[in-house]
Write a protein that binds this ligand. Structure first.
Ligand SMILES: NC(=O)c1ccc[n+]([C@@H]2O[C@H](COP(=O)([O-])OP(=O)(O)OC[C@H]3O[C@@H](n4cnc5c(N)ncnc54)[C@H](O)[C@@H]3O)[C@@H](O)[C@H]2O)c1
Length: 273
């Protein structure tokens, strides 16, 4: 099987499981899924069992990294920085899904990747417009605003919501539950608002990027609207995303955006900025 990119997945939840499936079905000629690891070991066995391949079970993170050329992180914001540091330190590439977890350290990770001749991939995730934003960032950006609307169930268990006694189950109309900069949004909603971390890294950073979060009981989809004002004009993008069947906090587009990023690793033609 030499010549194939060896991919290991950390986090066997909604995104990790969907990506494992797509790697096995869509990238057979280019990549080999070499291992699965999760802090909840039963999730690893469940997923390996689904593929009828117990050789995929890996019992610790270091072993997974050592087996892989590329590690896909799909865990949670509290873990992504440590996983990224370990992976890059061993000169392996990493794809980061829990982008909120690295927002204060992405420059440090970039320097480590450079030193170790490794790469960091951050898919666009659940938003559209990163292409235009990257181009705009080569000029002057005046402002970036993200407006995220999700069904109230997406925010269940979020400490910020509990602390402020926001009664998600009694909302009858769209309600603004957060307004501020991207840095504060990530702190308050680490698992719900990775997109504003991605947007900040691609644009003007987490302190200048503005965020509004709305819990909307009439919604069945997650909505992300981005407004960028710059010396090239105005960009407005609107994405209405189907929710991942296994996790209401996650948009299915996030999975496909990781699949598209992987495709970009293998294809000779690179389309888009
Ligand atoms: N970039 C984006 O646009 C985007 C979009 C949606 C979700 N996300 C993020 O991607 C991550 C995965 O999302 P999901 O929907 O698959 O979540 P999920 O809760 O379905 O799965 C996460 C899995 O990671 C495991 N895990 C947690 N900590 C771990 C650790 N330290 N080591 C190993 N495994 C660990 C959990 O046991 C679970 O199985 C989350 O952080 C989520 O916020 C990013």
């Amino acid at each position: 099987m030499s010549g194939l990119l060896k991919i290991g997945i950390v986090g066997c939840g909604a995104i990790g499981s969907s990506l494992a499936e797509r790697i096995l079905s869509d990238f057979r000629k280019e990549a080999e899924l070499v291992g699965l690891y999760d802090i909840q070991i039963q999730n690893v066995y469940k997923l390996a069992n689904r593929f009828n391949n117990m050789k995929l079970v890996v019992l610790n993170l270091d072993d997974l990294i050592n087996k892989s050329d590329l590690v896909i992180e799909a865990t949670k914001a509290e873990s992504s920085l440590e996983i990224a540091k370990k992976t890059l330190s061993l000169s392996r590439d990493i794809m980061i899904m829990s982008v909120g977890g690295i927002i204060e350290h992405y420059l440090e990770l970039e320097a480590l990747a450079k030193e170790k001749k490794a790469h960091i991939y951050i898919p666009s995730g659940a938003i559209c417009g990163i292409d235009g934003l990257k181009a705009t960032a080569c000029g002057r950006i005046d402002s970036i605003t993200l407006i995220t609307k999700k069904p109230p169930s997406s925010f269940l268990g979020v400490p910020y919501v509990i602390k402020r006694k926001i009664r998600l189950d009694s909302l009858t109309e769209p309600t603004v539950i957060f307004e501020g900069d991207a840095f504060s949004a990530i702190r308050a909603f680490p698992q719900n608002i990775n997109v504003c971390a991605t947007l900040s890294i691609a644009g003007i950073g987490p302190y200048k990027t503005k965020v509004k979060i709305i819990a909307d009981p009439t919604l069945k989809h997650n909505i992300h609207q981005i407004e960028i004002e710059s010396d090239t004009g105005k960009i407005i993008t609107y994405s209405e995303n189907v929710i991942h069947p296994d996790n209401p906090k996650t948009s299915y587009l996030a999975v496909l955006s990781a699949v598209a990023t992987l495709k970009g690793v293998f294809t000779a033609i690179k389309i888009g900025t």
